[in-house]
Write a protein that binds this ligand. Structure first.
Ligand code: SF4
Length: 329
């Protein structure tokens, strides 16, 4: 099916194919590799050397052999790439590409809350979702992604309480699947919060035999209706494992449709909230405004100008030890 997504971004006058050629040439000239998250535009994913979810990209960043990494994603991802590769230059196409979820857990507030818990005599470890700033990562014991959360939570000693930050929905889901008690930080992602349960029920009713896939950052009422709960890489693996052409309703950032279509083109994918008009047009409230700041022009410009660059900070060292034991060991 054809899918059109409305965007408020200015339309570039530059030909995307010319830009892609220019980027390929600049990559060689500047000795650079591009890492692109599944949530950035498909055309950026197509020129990337590595694509994936946060877990895969954090691991891929350690395999890069070029001296420069361009991270097409959001700021905390660029920070993680720098933390794992202090000797490399890490560029991001737009310094303003942040993350509402990471912003919902400021490091000073987390430190104050941890102090408060310690003062109450609580014996806990802090587990942070990877969608946090490097300053927060330096304050925690473990980092998880939606791809490895269960496995890491199993590594937290059974006699410890768990303070889980910042995503309350992912935390609630993890309580359900691991059976561990957790203190949840009240953060959430602006994209995964907007899915409408009414829309989902309406689309499900008019799409017999469809399968609902949702990211665990979605609220509980969405997950209760979901057939496959998982991060982006799990979604990709799942659609590849199904041979029979199937209609999938996908509750995550809408750019995820691109890698799903590439991986398993036999299926039909409908982003949730779904089709609103007979033309096949859908609203754009399931696009992350931060991920959408990445454009081919900005990728080209940051390669050309050598910036914006993620600079090393002292607290990256502490964050590095936590990322290292959580994602690489
Ligand atoms: S989709 Fe949500 S969690 Fe992901 S970068 Fe955007 S705001 Fe952050």
């Amino acid at each position: 099916m054809s899918l059109q997504i409305f965007s408020e971004r200015p339309v570039s006058e530059e030909d995307p194919l010319d830009l892609m050629d220019e980027i390929e040439a600049l990559k060689k000239e500047k000795d650079a590799s591009i890492l692109a998250h599944f949530y950035v535009d498909g055309e950026i994913q197509d020129i990337a050397d590595f694509t994936g979810d946060s877990l895969k990209l954090a691991r891929d960043a350690t395999k890069v052999t070029t001296s420069t990494i361009v991270f097409a994603g959001v700021h905390f991802m660029g920070e993680s790439a720098k933390i794992m590769n202090p000797e490399k230059r890490v560029l991001i196409p737009d310094m303003l590409a942040g993350c509402s979820l990471a912003d919902s857990c400021p490091p000073d507030q987390l430190a104050a809350f941890q102090d408060q818990l310690r003062a109450q005599g609580r014996d806990f470890q802090t587990v942070a979702y990877i969608n946090t700033s490097a300053a927060v990562k330096s304050l925690v014991d473990w980092i998880v992604t939606s791809g490895n959360a269960r496995e890491i939570i199993d590594r937290v000693p059974a006699d410890k309480e768990i303070l889980f930050v910042p995503d309350q929905h992912l935390g609630r889901y993890l309580i359900e699947v691991t059976g561990r008690k957790m203190i949840l930080w009240p953060g959430s992602c602006m994209v995964h919060e907007v899915f409408s349960i009414q829309d989902l029920i309406r689309i499900k009713k008019r799409t017999p035999g469809c399968v609902i896939m949702a990211h665990p950052e979605c609220p509980q009422n969405i997950l209760e209706l979901t057939d496959v709960v998982g991060g982006t890489e799990k979604m990709r693996q799942h659609v590849m494992s199904v041979e029979k052409p199937t209609t999938f309703l996908v509750a995550t950032e809408a750019a995820m449709i691109h890698p799903l279509q590439k991986a398993a083109p036999q299926h039909t994918y409908i982003p949730v909230p779904g089709i609103t008009a007979s033309t096949g047009e859908t609203c754009a409230c399931n696009r992350c405004p931060h991920m959408s700041r990445n454009t081919l022009q900005k990728v080209r410009d940051c390669l050309k100008n050598g910036g914006p660059e993620i600079e090393w900070k002292d607290y990256f060292q502490k964050a590095r030890a936590v990322l290292d034991k959580s994602l690489l060991k």
